[in-house]
Design a protein around this ligand. Structure first.
Ligand code: ATP
Ligand code: MG
Length: 499
């Protein structure tokens, strides 16, 4: 095998804290190396060093045997290294084609941008990814999954030899993920060197012939994937063995907490179901099925035009997220960068922003002590890896940002919690913490609405499962009845009938 990229003794600190410690890594032509590790282990930082986003403090990077120093992402790109970043990096107001070719627009006569070529190349990339996305659409009007596809198209457009994918399937449905897997296999057989980061360990086993594990900034394992099983991989990641993946005990449901009857809203079409206190309801469906649109309507982000929403037997009208919070509804959005968190604010202000009144003294001042105690409680419960409660959210690793989003929703003490893809980008250990927390909240009588594209997760922790298609609940299963096949079958049958 030919080594395309070689890292020797890479170290990196942020404000005196060591994040990577003498890391070695090799990427071979025609090989996919999986990079695993807990949230905050240093995976994205290492990839950002390879792609010139961050500079290294120590160590050497060699490309095809030649030592290189990349001071900007552009230099890495020109050397043939492409990356799909974990957090989407697109400009929402520009078109799909403009985003893909930003800074590298094909030029024609008089140095003008050749729109035709840009358009044509974008169409080809979208065909390769099996997407019906027009080159002229603005990126802001696309779903997160589609935006992720644009990000993937951009990385492919470089025709780079070294390609890094940092949790690329995070925002994708099963169907779209399958397309990406095919692309990964194609690139591998074309002799490219790929690095693939994912918390979905099945994907690592499926796609990668090699695997490397980072723990607290050190490379603790690397070798062939066929020589290791999932339990051993987890043990390398977390340094211990984890028991049961989906902790679950049957619910003792109380009275009906939420009744939704025939509601209509943007993307939501005659949506009905009811949920009791102490129940976890899982919502399954293909990307674009309307799960998120329903969540947004219930949380007052879009307008419910018809139908009834009742909470604890009382009809409520929710027009804004503020109304939703007062009615006892909390929402952890799937788009933590766009809607969930204020990136340059610290953890504390993000977590307590929508609940400051809870910490007010009778003179209207904020009781900082109580506020900080609440924040520390969640830092501890979720093992959030941060230097302090004031660290800007942008500097947290992806998975740790997700934990902050969940804490923020729980602090006001909601009765109904909508969790939209709550374990996206979260490592195995922390996933389990989140499941345990869902279990605890359920035992305290909260009603949890779980939207997830991870079917095993839905099956593992829900009491009842609703299948959503075309903005509508089309099938309902009890935990005992449900299995992967029945759910996929229900979702796909409906989609196909409507085409
Ligand atoms: N710009 C920065 N300033 C300060 N600390 C940072 C910065 N970027 C990353 N870190 C810290 O470096 C550590 C490693 O983060 P990194 O994003 O590499 O983790 P990761 O392995 O990709 O995690 P995840 O699985 O959650 O994405 C974290 O503790 C993070 O808070
Ligand atoms: Mg990361």
């Amino acid at each position: 095998m030919t080594t395309l990229l070689q890292l020797d003794g890479i170290s990196k600190s942020f404000s005196g804290i060591n994040v990577l410690d003498k890391v070695n890594l090799e990427m071979q032509a025609g090989s996919v190396i999986g990079l695993a590790g807990e949230n905050g282990a240093g995976k994205s930082t290492l990839m950002k060093i390879i792609t010139g986003v961050y500079s290294k403090d120590e160590g050497r990077l060699r490309l095809r045997g030649e030592e290189k120093v990349f001071n900007t992402p552009r230099q890495a790109m020109d050397a043939g290294i492409a990356i799909i970043h974990q957090e989407l990096n697109l400009l929402p107001e520009l078109s799909v084609a403009e985003n893909i070719f930003l800074g590298r627009e094909p030029k024609g006569f008089l140095g003008l941008i050749n729109q035709l070529i840009m358009h044509e190349k974008t169409v080809q990339l979208m065909q390769r990814l099996n997407q019906k996305i027009s080159p002229d659409q603005t990126v802001g009007s696309l779903s997160i999954a589609q935006q992720q596809m644009v990000e993937i198209a951009r990385a492919l457009s470089f025709d780079a030899d070294v390609i890094i994918m940092d949790e690329p399937t995070d925002a994708l449905s099963e169907r779209e993920s399958e397309i990406l897997f095919q692309v990964v296999d194609d690139l591998k057989s074309q002799g490219k060197a790929l690095a693939y980061i994912s918390h979905r360990l099945q994907e690592i086993f499926k796609l990668c012939n090699e695997v490397a594990v980072l723990r607290d900034g050190s490379m603790v394992h690397s070798g062939a994937t066929q020589d290791i099983d999932e339990d051993e991989l987890i043990r390398h990641m977390v340094g211990r063995t984890l028991s049961e993946k989906y902790p679950y005990t049957a619910a003792v449901p109380g009275d009906t907490r939420l009744r939704v009857e025939n509601i209509h809203a943007p993307g939501v079409n005659d949506f009905s179901f009811s949920a009791r206190a102490g129940e976890v309801i899982g919502f399954s469906g293909l990307a674009g099925s309307g799960r998120t649109e329903f969540a947004r309507a219930l949380y007052g982000m879009t307008c419910v035009s018809q139908g009834v929403v009742e909470i604890d037997g009382t009809a409520v009208s929710i027009h804004t997220p503020g109304d939703a919070v007062s009615a006892g509804v909390g929402y952890v959005t799937e788009d933590r960068k766009g809607e969930g968190l204020i990136q340059d604010h610290g953890l504390r202000s993000n977590m307590t922003l929508s609940a400051l009144s809870l910490f007010q003294t009778k003179y209207g001042l904020i009781d900082r002590r109580r506020e900080i105690d609440a924040v520390h409680k969640y830092i501890e419960v979720f093992s959030i890896k941060t230097q302090s409660s004031e660290m800007p959210v942008a500097q947290l690793s992806g998975g740790n940002q997700q934990k902050v989003s969940i804490a923020k929703t729980l602090i006001p003490g909601p009765r109904i919690v909508i969790l939209d893809e709550p374990t996206r980008g979260v490592d195995v250990g922390a996933k389990r913490e989140i499941y345990l927390l869902i279990q605890q909240l359920k035992e305290q009588g909260l009603c949890i609405l779980l939207m997830s594209s991870d079917l095993p997760e839905i099956l593992g922790i829900s009491d009842r499962i609703m299948v959503v298609a075309r903005g509508h609940v089309i099938a309902e299963f009890t935990r005992e009845e449900a299995d992967q096949e029945k759910i996929m079958h229900a979702a796909i049958a409906r989609e196909e009938k409507c085409i």
